[in-house]
Design a protein around this ligand. Sequence first.
Ligand SMILES: Nc1ncnc2c1ncn2[C@@H]1O[C@H](COP(=O)(O)OP(=O)(O)OP(=O)(O)O)[C@@H](O)[C@H]1O
Ligand SMILES: [Mg+2]
Length: 264
Amino acid sequence: MARRIVLTSGKGGVGKTTVCAGLGIALARRGARVLLVDADMGLNNLDVALGMEGRIVYDMTDVLRGKCALRQAVLQDTEYSTLSLLASSHGTDMEEFPSGAFRRMLAEAEGAFDFVLIDCPAGIDNGFHRAVCVADEAIVVTTPHVSAIRDADKVMSLLETYNLHSVSVVVNRVRGDLVAGGSMMSADDIARLLRHRAIGYIPEDDCVTVYAQLGRLGKGNARSDLAMRYIAENLISGSRKIYDCTGEYRGIIGKIKTYLRRQI
Ligand SMILES: Nc1ncnc2c1ncn2[C@@H]1O[C@H](COP(=O)(O)OP(=O)(O)OP(=O)(O)O)[C@@H](O)[C@H]1O
Ligand SMILES: [Mg+2]
């Protein structure tokens, strides 16, 4: 049976969709059969992050309305055959469907996959509840910013009321130069504050912005891609490999790099 993992955060814009897409690709590269589910009905953009937006014929609301079979709405990636997307449509009001319809739809799909990654909307309202209650595991994504950490903490408390096997943390957009220079909290400190196991740290990386626009997230060899690969490995094997975001800013060359970054 598939492992159903929801990516959530509380605060918007911290990188849930980015991590969902990048992690899905990293898992597929390792041969895992992965279904990515866009559970953000308000501002869906997982299809864009994957470069699949132009190929969508049916989405999950078509399945829920009985317009097509589930297999017709599950779209396969052109590069990694074991990676699929179940897209959502912009602004769908899920309240129009009977309660449990989303859960039943996913239950039908999960037999064919090793991982189902669910991209949760921001906030803690019905959309959050719908996405979390179909999952067995949660990854809480935060950035090193106070408001994101605070919201992640609130979400962690909420997640305790669900029947989840595990809750772990991804700290995204870590600025290694600022951490090394002592002006940003380290990812280790953030995970300790949140009192949950860190499954990955992802550096702030301009390649994310560029690759997301090209629909090539996770498919290159950027630092962020490597960080996603470590998370995939941790999920598959239970290892604790964490990308060192500060590594390149240590030592004499690192200090020069830190100095130069401050000049721009
Ligand atoms: N590690 C990173 N380095 C640089 N930019 C990043 C990184 N992670 C995410 N971003 C950028 O941050 C923005 C928000 O990311 P994303 O859409 O994944 O967040 P989200 O949590 O899914 O947002 P929402 O709550 O609106 O769904 C995007 O422009 C993305 O390219
Ligand atoms: Mg998103």
